[in-house]
Design a protein around this ligand. Structure first.
Ligand code: GLN
Ligand code: ZN
Length: 748
């Protein structure tokens, strides 16, 4: 009979207990003891859920006080020196200092960088390796959790990130791979210790096997795993891969001296036959058939059909699982009180996926169910791309720019902001009161209008050139549009960890998307009525709305993206008709949708970029389209950024050096792709920090930027939206920014 297991379970708790406890601990409201007890209770519940669903093994080591990669940094004694202060025995506070720069004990210090975990919206803490990095195993936390599970009567399968993936994820002074010989003894020792606890299986995650790996990295696998194998001959090793097809790395993965391999059959169902063929006699094959990154119930009849012959052939050597850790899926649908039964029926959160594994296991013992009736064949990416042909604006940027200059009469180095202004406690409180019915819709709308009027008044005093309404009506840039568009469902408790204690609740794309009525026009029109300066309209782009939602599985993502683009195009035209002549369409999530394999990049950009252009290809030449992205590494996607053909792009750059701007600069100083041909606003200060930038500091920065970006194409703005800041910070920062622009203008 096929076995069942999972690669990992969400650790936030069904009611976000971990978040609440973490934040209470950081505020000094609960003791470390109380925090530890909350974690132990979550682990106990998670293991019990796996046990209740009849899983053969429970997964241990997937819990983290902040992040699983940071867990490994502690495990291998690789915490950088600046965090090792305060009481040596207060390891948890040291851990929180790495993550957030501060902890209840010890001195504040600059936190480690965070970045996205493969192509997910989960952020991990990037390991920082010193030139002569040493490692020393510190495995207490993991061994304690293994014993904790054993004491509760479970058969634990510990999970660790593999050595090559761990090094790949870090930032080294030199080549990270060169640190492998120093790191491997830790793994060998760890596996011996795990063997001593009596566990049978250890899961080692090497998701980088799904990437286009440089040959030195591929070549390192064989010796690495031979060493690991030899260190703990009695232990069984399951090599886990996910998020991407293995392709050229498939033979390598199965050739390693491991006792089993997990493959992601959701992302790469086509690799199942090759995996079965490559499987050695003594190996198990773990198939990830339930989507660990989405909320839909699985098509168990399909998997019964596809896996039945495999199950008959492999018996106990076939393991059933979800595609990846369930970290990326909400916890328990039973806590979902807001949704009607017709919707609930179609969904499965993590706990329901455990039950699905059990059902699939049972189905594979029985006879094959009668085949489902074939569904309507959905549009393919190709059909969507064909429908998207000719999305370019009729005039090129060089033709549009003089018309826009003429219309707006902006000074050189025009100043603007990215969209949102502070979401004050009062605003949040009023929104809560409206949602709970304490105040009427009229009162709520009146309050929003007052917020907008105040934002306009302040921007005029500060002296900005292009104003925004401030986004008081939105608490989230995707949820707001999802709530206005037909086709989205908003859950009450569909939380997924984004990083640390931060969780997000992505809407679910439940059906075809359309726009029943204008979404932002009244707010922009009202703001524009209060000022003679131009007010920039503010929309979230189609790719970002798609990438920050749970997508449908019955049609390609490109098709939902096109539907969103169609709705947004109508909004853009309505804004234009209402007199809004500058419109910003944010695409901060364009990059995270980029497939992990180079071979698929073009296919994604073909529809994603065209969908963006589609939203604004019908506006007049003198209407100015802006876009915004809040990251700074554009190297790999520069062609796509250029192809968006926005008149102005604002980007994050304050925390990165000028290297970034070189990528954008043109002419003699052009980046390798020829630079960015239109206008751009590299953020000149970091909005993530509470520090107020000084005028002179901004002047210096602007002068530097002006050396690489042509003046007539340069805008002056902060890094990102200001909603998380206070008005006190924002007022002074923007005043200094406007003054800095004036100073530099005067020098010209
Ligand atoms: N317009 C949005 C804002 O200012 C952009 C946010 C983002 O890029 N993440 O808040
Ligand atoms: Zn941003």
């Amino acid at each position: 009979m096929a076995q069942t297991h999972i690669l990992g379970y969400p650790r936030i708790g069904a009611g976000r207990e971990l978040k609440k406890a973490q934040e209470a601990y950081w505020r000094g409201e609960i003791s470390q003891q109380e925090l530890l007890a909350v974690g132990a209770e979550i682990r106990r519940g998670n293991w019990q859920a796996q046990r209740d669903a009849g899983l053969d093994l429970v997964t241990v080591g997937d819990f983290a006080w902040y992040d699983q990669v940071l867990n490994h940094t502690l495990l291998f004694g690789a915490v950088p020196a600046r965090f090792r202060q305060g009481a040596a025995d207060n390891k948890l506070d040291q851990y929180f200092r790495v993550a957030r720069g501060r902890a209840p004990s010890g001195e504040p210090v600059a936190a480690s960088a965070m970045t996205k975990w493969f192509d997910t919206n989960y952020h991990y803490l990037v390991p920082e390796f010193a030139a002569e990095q040493q490692f020393a195993l510190d495995s207490d936390w993991l061994l304690d959790e293994v014993r904790e599970a054993q004491a509760l009567g479970h058969s634990p399968k510990p999970v660790v990130i593999g050595p090559l993936t761990y090094l790949w994820l870090g930032r080294a002074q030199g080549e990270a791979l060169a640190l492998l010989p120093q790191l491997l003894p830790c793994y060998e020792q760890l596996l011996q210790q795990l063997a001593d606890t009596g566990v049978e299986w250890v899961q080692i995650d090497e998701p980088i096997l799904g990437l286009d790996l440089p040959s030195e990295w591929r070549d390192a696998f064989a010796d690495t795993y031979r060493g690991i194998r030899a260190a703990a001959p009695s232990l069984k090793l399951l090599l886990a891969t996910y998020f991407s097809p293995l392709r050229e790395n498939l033979p390598l993965a199965f050739d390693l001296p491991v006792d089993g391999v997990h493959i992601d059959c959701v992302r790469a169902p086509e690799e199942l036959p090759a995996a079965v063929a490559a499987l050695r006699q003594e190996q198990v094959l773990s198939v990830g058939v339930l989507n660990g990154r989405n909320v839909w119930r699985a098509d168990l009849a399909r998997w019964q059909r596809e896996l039945k012959p495999r199950a008959d052939q492999l018996g106990e050597r076939l393991w059933l699982s979800a595609s990846c850790s369930l970290l990326h899926c909400p916890v328990d649908l039973d806590t979902e009180t807001k949704l009607p039964a017709v919707q609930l029926q179609k969904l499965a959160y993590s706990r329901q996926k455990l039950a699905e594994l059990q059902q699939l296991q049972a189905l594979l013992l029985g006879d094959i169910a009668t085949a489902d009736t074939a569904a309507d064949s959905p549009l393919t990416d190709k059909a969507v791309i064909a429908e998207l042909q000719d999305t370019w604006r009729p005039q090129s940027y060089t033709e549009r720019a003089p018309l826009q200059r003429n219309r707006w009469q902006l000074p050189l180095l025009p100043t603007t902001t990215i969209g949102s202004f502070p979401q004050t406690d009062l605003l949040r409180q009023v929104r809560r009161q409206f949602r709970s019915g304490e105040i009427s819709e009229q009162d709520y709308l009146d309050h929003l209008r007052a917020e907008i009027a105040e934002a306009i008044r302040r921007q005029e005093i500060i002296g900005l050139d292009v104003l925004v309404h401030g986004e008081a009506e939105r608490n989230d840039m995707v949820e707001y549009f999802g709530e206005q568009l037909d086709g989205f469902v908003h859950t009450g408790n569909g939380w997924v960890q984004s990083y640390g204690s931060r969780c997000v609740k992505p809407p679910i794309i439940f059906g075809d998307i359309s726009r029943p009525q204008p979404m932002t026009v009244e707010w922009s029109r009202y703001a524009q009525s209060l000022t003679s300066k131009p007010v920039k309209g503010m929309l979230t782009g189609p790719v970002t709305i798609l990438n920050w939602s749970f997508p449908r599985e019955d049609i390609p993502r490109s098709e939902s993206c096109l539907q969103i683009a169609k709705a947004l195009r109508r909004e853009v035209l309505d804004l234009e008709a209402a007199g809004i002549g500058i419109i910003q369409i944010d695409e901060p999530a364009l990059r995270e949708g980029v497939p992990l394999r180079q071979a698929e990049h073009q296919g994604y950009f073909d529809w994603a970029v065209a969908c963006f252009r589609y939203t604004c290809s019908q506006v007049k030449a003198e209407t100015q389209i802006h876009t915004h992205m809040c990251y700074s590494n554009f190297n790999a996607i520069m062609d796509a950024i250029v192809a968006l053909d926005a008149d102005v792009i604002t980007i994050e750059s304050a925390r990165s050096d000028l290297q970034l701007l070189r990528v954008f600069s043109q002419g003699e100083r052009a980046g390798k792709n020829g630079g960015y041909p239109n206008e751009m606003g590299p953020g000149i200060y970091d909005i993530h920090s509470p520090n107020v930038p000084e005028r002179l500091e901004l002047v210096a920065r602007l002068r530097k930027i002006a050396e690489v970006i042509p003046l007539e194409k340069l805008w002056v703005n902060p890094d990102c939206g200001l909603k998380t800041r206070s008005w006190a910070e924002v007022g002074t920062s923007l005043l200094n920014m406007v003054e800095a622009a004036r100073t530099v203008r005067a020098e010209l």
